[in-house]
Write a protein that binds this ligand. Structure first.
Ligand code: SF4
Ligand code: SF4
Length: 69
């Protein structure tokens, strides 16, 4: 399990272009059925590369404490 303090969260207006999936160094992102990208929060290290690469600007980095009980 990742010890990163942040994790990527993808909003529903993702256009499934795949840029984030290609750039993620730990392969935490997948696009099931080509519909919307999702992040495996167990793998995400919070590096922010996906956010920088997203042409639609729909990726946020969230504090883990705020999203994981
Ligand atoms: S923040 Fe980094 S590790 Fe997490 S999904 Fe994005 S590119 Fe992958
Ligand atoms: S880069 Fe952005 S728009 Fe493209 S698949 Fe990832 S989250 Fe969706």
């Amino acid at each position: 399990m990742s010890k990163a303090k942040k994790k990527a969260c993808i909003q529903s207006d993702c256009v499934a272009c795949g840029c984030c999936m290609k750039i993620c160094p730990v392969k935490a992102i997948s696009i099931p059925h080509g519909i919307i990208a999702i992040v495996d929060s167990q793998k995400c290290i919070g590096c922010g590369k996906c956010r920088a690469a997203c042409p639609a600007g729909v990726i946020e980095l969230m504090e883990r404490e705020a999203v994981v009980a």
